[in-house]
Write a protein that binds this ligand. Structure first.
Ligand code: SF4
Length: 331
């Protein structure tokens, strides 16, 4: 049984004033995570990545309407009663956020911050939690863990603080970790270090990972499968290595062409136009105004996701463009 099943997720959001028609912020997101599997969700800002995570954690505002299926181990997340939801959020699933400083109380010690969740949920008493935190701190390469536990957030660097977030996420022994751009706020050199620690710990414990990022290279390197999002829709899904080697959707191919290559001096090619939000997408394909392969049908008819081999692709022309897009990556 899968850990997480998301099928045709749709989220509509009313304005704060509750005036006008609701806006669609997620059109169609489908993905699954098996136990121990690492899945990357990649896309530009505004593509709906973080909204998807909020829907999974049932953290959307009250003015949101959720459609489709959201299940954890076969149990509907939207239908979970309060007690089950509390256990789901505190023990079964953990989150690692983008900016650790924005999610840590500057007035409390690191130790109090780390153990608060497991003590409050009754998983461990204070002494057990502190001991487990020390062990995990050593596992993530933090020297002198006792001293770190008595320090305050302002005494730690960004990289060290993000390691604390990893420890906090792993302390309840969750089955799934949701990491929302966990290295974006860090220096490039620290980014790779933190990412290596996170993936190592996740794999050692066979914990599932949902990794949200705008960095396709990084996602392909650390995940088993990828879901590429554009304008609130998963436009391509499949094994990370396959997508990275030969994208089947023009948007995925454009993302790959827009990043600098370590093996080529060719200039990166930016994607023309601006990213479109889900609520701005019209009748047809949301990528049509930026896609060099758009035809008349693309502007009038929304492409439905179709399975092709190991992939699911939402593009009218994915079959005929297969060779062209693969060639573009090799160029
Ligand atoms: Fe481009 Fe048309 Fe495919 Fe959309 S459906 S990605 S516009 S070819």
């Amino acid at each position: 049984m899968n850990l997480l099943d998301i099928e045709h997720l749709r989220v509509d959001l009313r304005s704060r004033e509750r005036r006008g028609a609701p806006r669609t912020v997620i059109h169609d997101v489908s993905l699954t995570i098996a136990p121990g599997e690492a899945v990357g969700v990649v896309g530009e800002s505004g593509s709906g990545k973080s909204m998807t995570v909020k829907a999974v954690m049932r953290l959307l505002p009250r003015r949101a309407t959720v459609g489709g299926t959201l299940e954890f181990r076969g149990t509907s997340i939207p239908a979970m009663p309060g007690r089950d939801l509390a256990r789901f959020r505190s023990q079964l699933v953990s989150m690692i956020y983008q900016d650790p400083r924005a999610h840590i109380n500057p007035l409390r010690t690191i130790g109090d911050f780390l153990i608060e969740g497991v003590v409050a949920s009754g998983q461990m008493n204070r002494a057990e939690a502190l001991e487990a935190a020390c062990t995990l701190l050593r596992d993530v390469g933090v020297n002198d863990p006792q001293r770190r536990l008595s320090q305050y957030p302002h005494q730690l660097s960004g990289g060290l603080l993000q390691r604390m977030m990893i420890v906090m996420a792993l302390l309840p022994s969750p089955e799934l970790v949701l990491a929302d751009e966990p290295t974006t706020a860090l220096d490039v050199t620290v980014q790779s270090e933190v990412m290596a620690i996170l993936t190592e710990q996740i794999r050692e414990r066979s914990v599932g990972l949902l990794f949200i990022t705008h960095d396709l290279d990084l996602a392909a390197a650390v995940t088993d499968s990828l879901a590429v999002m554009h304008a609130g829709t998963v436009v391509e899904r499949g094994p990370s290595a396959d997508i990275y080697a030969a994208p089947r959707h023009p948007y995925t191919a454009a993302l790959l062409a827009s990043r600098p290559s370590p093996t080529s001096v060719a200039r990166p090619v930016s994607i023309p136009g601006r990213p479109v939000s889900a609520f701005e997408a019209g009748e047809g394909c949301a990528f049509a105004s930026r896609c060099p392969y758009a035809i008349g049908q693309c502007r009038t008819e929304r492409p439905e996701p179709r399975t092709a081999g190991t992939r699911t692709v939402a593009c009218h022309r994915s079959d005929e463009l297969e060779a062209v897009l693969a060639e573009g990556v090799r160029a």
